[in-house]
Write a protein that binds this ligand. Structure first.
Ligand SMILES: C[S@@+](CC[C@H](N)C(=O)[O-])C[C@H]1O[C@@H](n2cnc3c(N)ncnc32)[C@H](O)[C@@H]1O
Length: 225
């Protein structure tokens, strides 16, 4: 995994320095792209940046969220690209919940023994460029979503496990603004088979399509009709 990440990082840096990632048509937009080449997954970050630009260009309403924040490494860029929107941050901040681990094991998906407890709300907020825009929802998702009356234009679901990803799609999709985006991480990740299962179930039940990305661990993107 480390070697793949290192390769991805170095190759991404090379492509970036040779401006090989995107067509010249971007020149017409007259904007400077805002990308941190130190982020390990160029494709994931660059897709977020392009999507954020589309949302701002069209002036779409709605707030933004991430479920599965851990240390806030991806949430930091969501906050950066959406500085005027509220960012809901959902996490136990103590690692996987026992109920989800049980489900994962019962479905034969994973033993879910990765430890994500070495983080804290303070550390995450410290990393955010606009911490005042952040609304922390600490605890077990989806319970922590109860009572929120808001709509969303961008959501990242990155909890690794089947149940919170499926519940995230069920909760957020109806609350998305038209033209809004949901990113689901780990859909092409042998270590976390639950993400692919959740996406397949949700898309089949709802008759929805998605765009698969060739990023590290494989994300998919749903766009609200
Ligand atoms: C892979 S990490 C997130 C990584 C982060 N998005 C990033 O890009 O750096 C997964 C996180 O999901 C959280 N998580 C998993 N299931 C959860 C649930 N049911 N409720 C709240 N948080 C959950 C874990 O605590 C963990 O911090």
């Amino acid at each position: 995994m480390f070697l793949i990440k290192a390769f991805n990082y170095l190759f991404g840096k090379w492509l970036f320095s040779h401006k090989a990632h995107l067509s010249y048509s971007l020149k017409y937009s007259g904007r400077r792209r805002d990308l941190d080449i130190n982020y390990l997954d160029y494709i994931r970050l660059a897709t977020l940046e392009l999507v954020a630009n589309e949302i701002q260009k069209k002036n779409l309403p709605g707030n933004v969220a991430e479920v599965g924040v851990y240390k806030g490494k991806f949430a930091k860029y969501i906050n950066q690209y959406f500085p005027s929107r509220k960012l809901y941050l959902f996490d136990t901040f103590e690692g996987f919940n026992e109920k989800d681990i049980q489900t994962e094991k019962e479905l034969g998906l994973n033993d879910a023994n990765q430890d994500f407890s070495n983080t804290s709300v303070d550390k995450v907020l410290h990393l955010m460029p606009f911490p005042k825009q952040c609304i922390i929802k600490k605890g077990f998702f989806p319970d922590t979503a109860a009572g929120i009356e808001d709509s969303f234009v961008f959501v990242s679901l990155d909890t690794d496990l089947y149940e919170p990803i499926y519940q995230g799609l069920i909760y957020f999709y109806p609350r998305m603004e038209k033209g809004g985006y949901i990113f689901v991480h780990d859909v092409n990740n042998d270590s976390y088979k639950g993400a692919a299962k959740a996406v397949a179930k949700f898309s089949e039940e709802q008759g929805l399509s998605f765009v698969p990305l060739p990023d590290s661990c494989g994300s998919v993107v749903f766009i609200k009709d």
